[in-house]
Design a protein around this ligand. Structure first.
Ligand code: ADP
Ligand code: ASP
Ligand code: MG
Length: 419
């Protein structure tokens, strides 16, 4: 029997009517002859509420109990979805992560898949069940504890099941009808893409486009899963939405195909650090030990090359990290200073910055993208604080108050509203 994976995000299962709407879509695929694995998120807002309860109870919480609480939202929607399908005469049952079992690492809050044994679910399909409803976002560690995969993780559950079960396609149903050139909530000129290459989607996701969790795109790329994003609120067919696929399937490719943003960034500068081998290692080793996810890094140019015979040269070091990690980063740096591991004159922290990025595989073979990007930002009088580039993306850190404006200006500058 051909098999489909259908994932419904939080807004798509936000209440009983929406669960019914989603169930109708599942039933239609069953009528077309598919066995279906349905992956559900928690009702929208539920995971935030659960996280809030954990933090209010225990600010420095035990990550295992965080996962025990936060995973529960998906258990509710999995059971309700199975019940709704049964009411529609579709033979269905639900699975929580541990029942499959979805084996993961024990990195609580950021667990990764180890294995997804098929036997349990295959046996139910063999017995005549048509739909397996699986709670997204959660798994089981080898210590027997409930784990979660990180925010947005149900996308990754869906792709992992599609890979494990050899699904014909993995359909991600959400509150937009596909992947756009930028977040349609920020720019009314955003254009829906029919197709996007894995590499571009990977960059967009990791640079902040939350329509797919980064890890889900990584897995889809590795296991060549046909991944599609489409609307749960519209009538859809095989051609709806956006197909995320290998580059060879993409017909035309613009130089830049999308603009992404990440709102909650911070910039930290250590002024007047020694310019000698080992200093960067001491700073970033300290931050890594404290679990800070450092993103962009800039070290000011040294006045002259390092020369062991003439010590005393100084420079500045700037890096960015998520704004909610600033307290941890600050403490780590100040502790390292107190312990004599690093030295600086001043620590400046700017928590009002955002990152805006342009992404496109066409950049590999086109020059001038950076110049065009910086010209568009300068035309709006937006100052660039930090720049970083890779083969297919350019990111800048700017004042957060200009974030929307920058996204719109870049969308215009690269003419993304036109196909
Ligand atoms: P779900 O709850 O279904 O997982 P998410 O809220 O995680 O949905 O992701 C969908 C949201 O992603 C959209 O509502 C949209 O605001 C946002 N988004 C950001 N960038 C993009 C983009 N380039 N294309 C489409 N949606 C985007
Ligand atoms: N409910 C989880 C979250 O809000 C997982 C998901 O929806 O993908 O992050
Ligand atoms: Mg999501």
């Amino acid at each position: 029997m051909p098999l489909l994976v259908m994932k419904f995000g939080g807004t798509s299962v936000a209440d009983l009517d929406r669960i019914e709407n989603a169930a109708r879509k599942v039933k239609r695929e069953v009528e077309r002859g598919y066995d279906v694995i349905v992956i559900v998120s928690a009702m929208s807002g539920k995971t935030n509420e659960l996280v809030g309860w954990v933090e209010a109870t225990s600010p420095l919480y035990d990550a295992r109990e965080y996962d025990a609480v936060v995973a529960s939202g998906e258990n509710v929607t999995a059971g309700l979805m199975a019940l709704r399908l049964q009411e529609m005469d579709v033979p269905a049952r639900s699975w929580q992560g541990w029942q499959v079992p979805i084996n993961t690492t024990s990195a609580h809050g950021a667990a990764r898949f180890v294995s997804i044994p098929r036997d349990n679910i295959d046996q139910k399909f063999a017995e005549g069940f048509k739909v397996a409803v699986v709670a997204g976002f959660q798994g089981l560690s080898h210590e027997g504890r409930v784990t979660t995969l990180g925010r947005g993780g149900s996308d990754t559950t869906a792709v992992a099941f599609a890979a494990a079960f050899g699904a014909e396609r993995c359909d991600i149903y959400t509150d937009v009808d596909g992947v756009y050139t930028t977040d349609p909530r920020i720019s009314s000129k955003a254009r829906k893409l029919d197709r996007i290459a894995f590499e571009e989607m990977l960059e967009l996701a990791s640079l902040g486009a939350k329509v797919l969790q980064t890890r889900s795109v990584e897995l889809a790329m590795r296991y060549n899963v046909r991944l599609r994003v489409l609307s749960s609120f519209e009538d859809t067919d095989e051609n709806s939405g956006t197909l995320v696929s290998g580059e060879e399937e993409i017909m035309e490719s613009k130089v830049v195909s999308g603009v992404a943003y990440s709102r909650d960034e911070a910039k930290i500068t250590l002024f007047t650090i020694e310019d000698r081998p080992g200093v960067a290692s001491a700073i970033f080793g300290t931050l890594a030990d404290a679990g800070v996810n450092v993103d962009m890094i800039v070290q000011n140019i040294s006045e002259k090359d390092y020369d062991a015979a003439h010590p005393g040269a100084v420079t500045d070091m700037t890096f960015s990290c998520p704004v909610n990690q600033v307290p941890r980063a600050q403490k780590a740096i100040e502790d390292a200073m107190a312990a004599g591991k690093i030295q600086y004159d001043e620590l400046i922290i700017d928590t009002d910055v955002a990152k805006v990025s342009v992404v496109g595989i066409g950049m590999r073979s086109h020059a001038g993208v950076a110049a065009r990007m910086f010209a568009a930002l300068s035309a709006e009088n937006i100052n660039i604080k930090v720049i970083s580039t890779s083969e297919i993306k350019i990111s800048v850190l700017i004042d957060r108050k200009y974030m929307e404006l920058a996204v719109q200006a870049l969308h215009d500058a690269f003419e993304l509203e036109r196909a």
